[in-house]
Design a protein around this ligand. Structure first.
Ligand SMILES: [Zn+2]
Ligand SMILES: [Zn+2]
Length: 187
């Protein structure tokens, strides 16, 4: 526990309700009660990893997946350095939650094809010419609003049901500065 306290002091950590890293203020929020279990300790190391790696912004969802992968690699080294148990299954689940989130956003609401991200929140399908906008919040279900489509009603919002096991769409909260300078909340 003394090692954990040292980590908390060293990395500008504040108690809060979720594990998060704010890239703009370079602060980490942690959930004190959850440091008692190993997933909580790993979550803290994971946020420290984002901070140490200087993660600040991303434009496309695939870049976000790379950042998450990098952060978990760094989390493994931090865990080793600090004598904290590594739970590979937990790491796999966290990475999968991001992967699922990215896939949901990129799947065409009209024909289901995996499509191309055109900007921060807009996707376009190669197959059926459908364009849609997605919501930003990573602690909410993925929502898509069709903004132009040949074969479908525009303005239709499609919702995806989260897996009942996970309380949120993805596993760690990050506050990144988006490429257009506004604030992106990402979990
Ligand atoms: Zn399509
Ligand atoms: Zn993360």
């Amino acid at each position: 526990m003394r090692k954990l306290q040292k980590l908390l002091d060293k990395h500008n950590c504040q108690p809060g309700r979720v594990f998060s890293f704010n890239a703009r203020t370079q602060t980490i929020t942690y959930v004190p009660e959850e440091l008692k279990n190993k997933d909580g300790r790993l979550a803290l190391l994971h946020e420290i990893a984002h901070m140490k790696l200087g993660h600040f912004t991303y434009k496309y969802d695939v870049e976000l997946l790379d950042l998450e992968q990098e952060a978990w690699d760094e989390t493994r080294s931090l865990a080793q350095e600090n004598g904290i148990e590594i739970d590979e299954d937990h790491i796999k689940e966290c990475l999968l939650s991001y992967d699922n989130w990215v896939t949901k956003r990129a799947s065409c609401p009209t024909c289901g094809a995996y499509s191309l991200q055109r900007s921060d929140n807009v996707f376009g399908c190669f197959v059926c010419d459908c364009y849609w906008e997605v919501n930003d919040r990573k602690d909410r279900q993925v929502k898509k609003k069709i903004i132009s489509a040949i074969k479908s009603t525009s303005g239709k919002t499609q919702e995806f049901v989260k897996s009942p096991k996970s309380k949120s769409a993805v596993s760690c909260f990050l506050f990144f500065v988006s490429s257009i300078g506004s604030f992106l909340t990402y979990r």
